[in-house]
Design a protein around this ligand. Structure first.
Ligand SMILES: Cc1cc2nc3c(=O)[nH]c(=O)nc-3n(C[C@H](O)[C@H](O)[C@H](O)COP(=O)(O)O)c2cc1C
Length: 250
């Protein structure tokens, strides 16, 4: 059997969990391909089943992830597993995706939330400690192990939020999205004394929102606030409101 793990990850949490799914499925003889939607333009192969995962941004899955699914996933009746990573223990992202996948004919066998450290601390909240990160990783691994077993035994396990919460979340994301579009432009600069011009931020931005011209960085109006540029810069050259910060490293 061959499965595809279709994911988006801003700062590495969802990628970490996706790799755990790959490891535990492969331990059971299922080969898995990791598909990062910010790198892969289209899905050109068929798989026996699918695993979908993304972080929660303001309660739901980020727009770039949902858009990729709408554009690239054709209707099918394959089995699938949906997970989200978020700082709390719940969010509306999996239900939002489930609605789309069900319309496309997919059969959801497992759907659940995996709590991970909060990567939004540059803007709000506290930076997670090393101990908190370690504990979250251990708990995530236990959860992935049990979800893989349930999926392979065909045991239906759906952890949902209420329909009201999902509908409010969709509205909340519309507001968040209009605030977020210019977030990088309003808040980020790059310390050119630290920048080594690797242009990793430009290449890896999931919405191609960062431009480098005349030895300077410019931000357009497509930011989704995923925090990837800030935390993956190899020299920590990004400044938030003119200030340095500690990067998040899972
Ligand atoms: C813009 C933004 C909004 C977020 N909103 C929520 C939220 O509504 N609920 C929550 O529990 N976590 C929220 N988080 C935390 C992330 O979902 C969490 O840290 C996630 O594991 C990050 O995954 P990644 O490293 O794969 O991007 C938010 C993070 C960001 C960057």
């Amino acid at each position: 059997m061959k499965a595809a793990i279709i994911y988006f990850s801003g700062t590495g949490n969802t990628e970490y969990v996706s790799k755990l799914f790959k490891r535990y499925f492969e331990n059971q003889g299922v080969s898995c391909v990791l598909i990062d939607v910010s790198k892969k333009k289209a899905l050109n192969e068929e798989y026996d089943f699918y695993i979908f995962g993304a972080p929660i941004h303001a309660e739901v899955f980020p727009k770039n992830y949902i858009d990729w699914i709408l554009e690239n996933l054709k209707s099918d009746n394959k089995k699938c597993l949906i997970f989200s990573t978020q700082a709390s223990n719940k969010g509306s992202g999996p239900d939002q995706l489930a609605e789309i996948l069900i319309k496309k004919g997919y059969r959801i066998i497992v759907q659940d939330f995996i709590s991970m450290p909060n990567n939004y601390y540059v803007v709000a909240f506290e930076k997670p400690t090393k101990e908190e990160i370690k504990k979250a990783k251990e708990k995530a691994e236990e959860k992935v192990k049990s979800l893989v077993q349930k999926f392979l035994m065909g045991k239906v396990h759906i952890n949902k939020v209420s329909k009201l919460r999902l509908n409010l979340a969709k509205l909340e994301y519309k507001l968040f999205s209009s605030f977020s579009k210019g977030w990088a432009k309003r808040n980020l600069t790059v310390d050119m004394k630290l920048c080594v011009k690797c242009l990793k931020c430009v290449k890896n931005c999931p919405t191609k929102n960062i431009k480098f011209k005349d030895n300077n960085f410019y931000f357009e109006d497509r930011c989704i606030s995923c925090q990837k540029c800030l935390h993956t810069c190899p020299t920590n050259a990004y400044l938030y409101k003119g200030k340095r910060f500690e990067q998040y490293k899972i």
